[in-house]
Design a binder for this molecule. Structure first.
Ligand SMILES: NC(=O)c1ccc[n+]([C@@H]2O[C@H](COP(=O)([O-])OP(=O)(O)OC[C@H]3O[C@@H](n4cnc5c(N)ncnc54)[C@H](O)[C@@H]3O)[C@@H](O)[C@H]2O)c1
Length: 451
């Protein structure tokens, strides 16, 4: 099938590579000329495991190409995917300017029947707006071509995006057109050969499904973070509690690890947008407001612990003279994405408290430099930043932090203090090794005292 994908970002580029991988002819369109020039030369603008190899292979075999020429791409394709950003507007609602901008481009360029697929995360009712925008442009041109707008929200996870796309848990298709549903099925068939995982529904329900999924996951995270904070105060161990509740098949084990709060390009903005959508219908989504509030507070927990541990309470900048080494900056492992990463809030707070901050991340240093500039010290060695530091704070659970050389850490730190925002280590083992180890919600059995 001939398809074009608007937006060569985390979603669009992955979708483009995966559709090309299954034999389609794919044109990826972006307005960012530098990005497209780079892609033409094989430079992948983001880090996503397996993506580079797949892009290069399909590019060299002629199935995947990159352009800024939207007109040519639209005219050459039967299906146009919209995978551009939907950032939060000032009031928290999803800003549809990029999505509707693409819709207008399609209306201006199309010369025959087209299927337009919304892959961006968009509020309920957006497909109608896309349809209206295209229709408006067609009317201005005085032409009347048939087209169909489909909702196909994307559920991939950064860091595992290729796998998620190639082996999806489900593909949600929102359409009221049987012929279009069949065509979408044809396009997605190669990704579900063992079992059909396509769920076809009406467009509004498909749009809502994406928000409901992200809101549910964000709720689980905030819930578990509060359970962890309570465990800490009650002398319970959240790791044991997680096992205890996860074993219930109605609950399950996923998304029950406490941490420094959710971040990334999706959960924060999608939670905000759903709250805003509810407000527009005069509905107060109390639960989600609390989820968001809890998350904002959770981003402060690591810095609070560091200040309690190392700070001089009377000073305005209680961490003056202290050096804090941070492991992990990306909002989760296996990505370089720092959008709304808890690390940003944590590090800003440490800087405001007077600390010197040194950071390591396997992939996100370049992104971090855009955020912090010269205000912090960067290293591509996870151990080099420890020399003479007062504490190590673990923010992102990259694999390389799971089994580190503890002797080396202890030898390098000024005082062997680790504040672990991801609960990577066994508290008893750390205590036995002489560390002052402060995880989240694991004070059961007197392992760490609560202050
Ligand atoms: N990142 C994720 O993990 C993820 C997962 C599921 C869904 N989503 C959703 O998918 C959408 C895209 O997210 P992303 O993370 O890929 O965004 P992104 O910011 O990485 O990429 C968006 C791209 O769209 C381009 N763009 C903007 N206007 C354009 C236009 N008129 N024509 C062509 N290109 C244009 C931008 O230059 C940019 O390269 C969002 O709605 C997001 O919520 C993201």
């Amino acid at each position: 099938m001939k398809i074009c994908i608007f937006g060569a970002g985390y979603v669009g580029l992955v979708a483009a590579a995966c559709f090309a991988e299954s034999g389609n002819t794919v044109i990826a369109v972006d307005i960012d000329e530098t990005k497209i020039e780079g892609l033409k030369q094989g430079i992948i603008p983001i880090y996503e495991p397996g993506l580079k190899e797949m892009v290069l292979r399909n590019q060299s075999e002629g199935r995947l190409s990159f352009t800024t020429d939207s007109t040519a791409a639209i005219q050459a394709s039967l299906v146009s995917f919209i995978a551009v950003g939907t950032p939060p507007g000032e009031d928290g609602s999803a800003d549809l300017k990029y999505v509707l901008g693409v819709a207008r481009e399609i209306g201006r360029a199309m010369t025959g029947f087209k299927i337009i697929v919304d892959k961006s995360t968009v509020p309920v009712g957006t497909a109608d707006k896309v349809r209206d925008a295209i229709q408006h442009e067609l009317a201005l041109r005085g032409v009347d071509y048939e087209f169909d707008v489909v909702s196909n929200p994307e559920f991939l996870k950064e860091g595992a995006a290729i796998d998620d796309f190639m082996k999806p848990d489900r593909v949600v298709i929102g359409t009221d057109n049987v012929r279009t549903a069949e065509l979408m099925k044809e396009l997605y068939d190669p990704f579900m050969r063992k079992q059909n995982r396509m769920i076809v529904m009406d467009i509004r329900s498909a749009e809502m499904t994406k928000y409901a999924a992200n809101a549910m996951l964000a709720t689980r995270i905030s819930f578990m973070n509060q359970i962890a904070n309570l465990c800490e105060r009650m002398g319970a161990d959240v790791a044991a509690v997680r096992e205890g509740i996860g074993s219930d098949s109605r609950i399950g084990y996923d998304f029950l690890f406490p941490g420094p709060g959710y971040g990334g390009s999706c959960f924060p903005k999608d939670v905000k947008a759903l709250i805003r959508t509810a407000e527009e219908c005069d509905y107060d989504f109390l639960l989600l407001k609390a989820v968001e509030d809890v998350n904002e507070r959770q981003k402060e927990v690591l810095a609070d612990k560091l200040i309690r541990e190392l700070g001089s309470p009377d000073e305005e900048q209680p961490l003056t003279g202290r050096i804090i080494a941070c492991w992990g900056l990306a909002f989760k492992p296996r990505t370089d994405d720092m959008r709304e990463a808890p690390a940003i809030t944590i590090i800003e707070r440490l800087l405001a408290a007077g600390a010197t901050v040194r950071v390591h991340d396997p992939e996100a240093l370049k992104e971090a430099k855009k955020v912090f500039g010269e205000r912090i010290e960067y290293s591509s060695s996870q151990y080099a930043i420890l020399d003479g530091a007062d504490a190590l704070a673990i923010i992102t659970d990259w694999n390389e932090y799971r089994n580190p050389d503890f002797d080396r850490i202890k030898g390098a730190l000024k005082s062997p203090t680790i504040i672990d925002g991801r609960n990577l280590y066994k508290p008893q083992r750390m205590a036995a090794a002489g560390f002052r180890y402060i995880p989240l919600g694991r004070c059961g059995g007197g392992i760490c005292e609560v202050k």
